[in-house]
Design a protein around this ligand. Structure first.
Ligand code: ATP
Ligand code: MG
Length: 434
């Protein structure tokens, strides 16, 4: 049987006189001599449990006084309207059941009165999520991922799950975590790229996957993790990269609209402006000229990726979500489709938030011979891509897609200072636990 009859938000002063059972954590206690208070916290809020000496038994009062903060209790009692209490009601208990006593002292303050460093909070993440703001962040994460899934299903996508244990590096990079797979070397996958592309040869047409990707990158920044939740999409029978850019910008707009006005956002005191459609498209060449005389960025070599300083300056100039399109072919992975009339440029894009990159995508090469050629041109061995190339030999439709980092999406929506605030158990250079 479920221990509680009601959550805090299901109770009201109008229910005065009703007997209920509530359950949660002892958030705070107050002893005024003649009257003892427990503020109980459950998932939805706070409830004042009031014990006037004259109305409750001496045993109950003594027992309540012995319960430490953050212990887990169930309280049976009657609702009484009380203007001075949170929610304008209180519970006069007839019984308190101690379900789990918390040790003293606590590793973290849950009332918000004492601040804590992010590292300390992550060390005791279970406790950190008891704080209203942290809970609101992770419930928003849940809301965001639900909105993303709803969007995909409303738009005819099929959810797929591909293996995270692979034999070949997706892009031939060195940024992989090797693992031992029985007697062979294998890797944790850095992206579902090759797998979602292979599924375009399966006839699913529109596929998405929300799953971890692993990057053995050594950077130590506020926007990089070594394990990321990637929202990946691949779409068949599209003519150019713009077709999947539209899906991406519509998704961002949809998620913002779904999240604006949620109680979690109110708890975080965030006003969420809805990014307007369509997002601006700026070509790589235009970006170079926009940044040419900018004293805050160094010389940009044509063909190179844009560094943090460039992203920051552009973000200031544009001030809202935007796309950088038509990247130099050599700056993108081998599967990016070159423009027919200008092969040094590719049909590729990055989705940018003023603070950072959110997603990368492209029209993909679906021609077997050209793909092989591009793999070789990147100095990779096509033989190790046999399993992938095979899918291009028996009928592969033209396709395009993108990958969007879930943590960066949440981080930019909620204006979090550090990406580690957007993931329960971050994995970075230093952290492997909890
Ligand atoms: P950056 O240049 O910002 O390091 P990237 O271009 O290497 O990112 P992609 O390989 O294009 O990243 O991955 C697609 C998306 O996945 C990124 O736009 C980002 O949202 C997310 N992502 C990739 N790597 C990381 C990471 N290490 N930490 C957090 N998010 C990441
Ligand atoms: Mg990228």
């Amino acid at each position: 049987m479920i221990i509680r009859t009601h959550y805090s938000n299901q109770l009201s002063p109008e229910m005065s006189g009703e007997a209920v059972t509530i359950a949660g954590w002892v958030h705070e206690t107050r002893d005024l001599g003649g009257i003892y208070f427990i503020v109980l916290r459950d998932r939805e809020g706070f409830i004042q449990v009031t014990m006037p000496k004259k109305k409750v038994s001496a045993e109950l009062l003594e027992m309540a006084r012995g319960i430490s903060r953050e212990s887990v209790v169930a309280v049976e009692g009657d609702i009484k309207s009380e203007d001075r209490a949170p929610g304008k009601f209180e519970i006069i208990p007839s019984k308190i059941i101690l379900l789990s006593m918390a040790e003293v002292p606590l590793p973290l303050d849950t009332t918000g009165k004492v601040g804590a460093e992010l590292d300390t909070r992550i060390d005791s993440r279970f406790m950190d999520v008891r704080r209203t703001e942290t809970a609101a962040v992770f419930r928003t994460r849940s809301n965001v991922l639900r909105a993303v899934r709803n969007f995909f299903h409303e738009n005819g996508f099929v959810e797929i799950n591909t293996s995270k244990i692979v034999a070949t590096a997706t892009e031939g990079g060195t940024e992989l975590f090797p693992i031992t797979y029985f007697d062979r070397e294998a890797f944790l996958n850095q992206s579902p790229q090759l797998y979602k592309q292979m599924m375009m040869a399966s006839g699913l047409d529109r596929a998405y996957e929300i799953a971890p990707i692993f990057r053995a990158e050594e950077h130590d920044t506020r926007r990089h993790l070594n394990e990321v939740t990637s929202i990946d999409v691949e779409v068949s029978f599209v003519e150019e990269h713009n077709d999947v850019m539209e899906i991406l910008e519509r998704l961002i707009n949809y998620v913002y609209r779904e999240i604006a006005g949620t109680p979690e956002l109110k708890a975080l005191s965030i006003e969420l402006p809805i990014p307007e459609l369509p997002f601006r498209r700026i070509t790589y060449d235009e970006v170079i000229s926009m940044l040419q005389d900018d004293p805050n960025v160094g010389d940009i070599e044509w063909g190179s990726d844009l560094d943090t300083a460039c992203e920051k300056e552009l973000g200031k100039m544009v001030g809202e979500h935007y796309f950088i399109i038509d990247w130099p072919t050599d700056s993108k992975p081998f599967y990016a489709m070159p423009h027919e009339d200008k092969p040094e440029l590719s049909k590729s894009f990055d989705l940018m938030h003023p603070r950072m990159e959110l997603a990368s995508g492209a029209q993909r090469i679906h021609d077997y011979a050209l793909l092989r050629e591009r793999i070789e041109a990147k100095g990779l061995n096509p033989d190790s891509f046999d399993f992938y190339l095979k899918a291009f030999r028996y009928g592969m439709p033209p396709h395009a897609g993108w990958g969007l980092g879930a943590e960066r999406l949440l981080m930019t929506m909620l204006n979090l200072g550090n990406i580690r605030e957007a993931v329960l158990f971050p994995r970075d250079r230093r952290r492997l636990s909890p």
